[in-house]
Design a binder for this molecule. Structure first.
Ligand SMILES: [Fe+2]
Length: 264
């Protein structure tokens, strides 16, 4: 069966795609270099060669500084009344139920000293159970689910706890190299107190065999920082006859912080 290339990654007219063995060898070489260097590196390498397009689009200039107060005069605002608690359940947005494994994903957002980050906007987006996004550029020949949009949001409570009900996303192919597959993941955005504080990252699932092969996940060269992006299966969160449960805590500052995508 032929597959239709996704158009948001290197394709025709560019260098031929590497195979997984080549990418895996490059990942191993970078991991060995990191181990040898003895450096403390929490974040990802922004120009990480195994993640091919990062070479072309990583920032090469210092971030553009904006005055948060000026920006806030024009930026969107939201109030408590704008975020409906039902928006945290991605399985009830349509007439029917989405296909896939129903899951609860919850955790605490704290600062480096364990203080809760309360009443903060948390947004998620993800592929459906078949690994397909509702996006016109997603050409993965897997079925769309008419009962799943894949976006939700909630506010953390006074203890910094967020909670979503969704379905487990499937892995999907991308054109970084031949036979490249993203591990199952959920994208997270934390709004902060102002638009200039927005942080974005990805949550992964334990035991995913694609994690060692994925150049995006592996671009975080510190193994401990990588592992903090993987949720924990928590049987106490699973509900009888209803869903399984995953816990994923997010730490915003300090040595144990959760890695976030660099802001541009
Ligand atoms: Fe994704």
């Amino acid at each position: 069966m032929s597959t239709t290339p996704r158009t948001d990654h290197p394709s025709s007219g560019e260098a031929p795609l590497a195979d997984q063995a080549t990418i895996s060898a490059e990942i191993a070489a970078h991991a060995a270099e990191y181990a040898r260097s003895g450096r403390e590196r929490l974040g990802p390498l922004l120009n990480y060669p195994p993640y091919r397009s990062s070479l072309l689009r990583h920032p090469t200039k210092a971030p553009f500084q904006v005055d948060p107060e000026t920006l806030e005069r024009f930026a969107p605002v939201f109030g408590h009344s704008d975020v409906d608690p039902l928006e945290a359940d991605l399985t009830i947005q349509h007439r029917g139920e989405p296909l896939g494994e129903r899951i609860v994903v919850t955790g605490r957002i704290t600062d480096g000293d364990g203080r809760p980050v309360a009443h903060q906007l948390v947004e998620i987006w993800q592929a459906n159970a078949a690994g397909r996004y509702i996006h016109q550029r997603d050409r993965h020949p897997a079925p769309l689910d008419p009962n799943f949009t894949g976006m939700g949001r909630c506010l953390t409570d006074a203890n910094g706890v967020y909670r979503f009900v969704t379905i487990k996303p499937g892995p999907y192919p991308w054109r970084n190299h031949t036979n490249a597959w993203r591990p199952s993941h959920i994208h997270f955005s934390l709004f902060g107190r102002a638009f200039t504080q927005r942080l974005i990252t990805q949550m992964y699932f334990p035991g995913d065999p694609l994690l060692p092969l994925d150049p995006i996940y592996q671009s975080i060269t510190d193994p401990k920082a990588r592992e903090r992006l993987i949720a924990t299966y928590d049987h106490d969160l699973s509900q009888p006859e209803w869903c399984t449960g995953y816990r994923w805590d997010i730490v915003l500052t300090g040595n144990l912080r959760t890695w976030m995508e660099p802001t541009e």
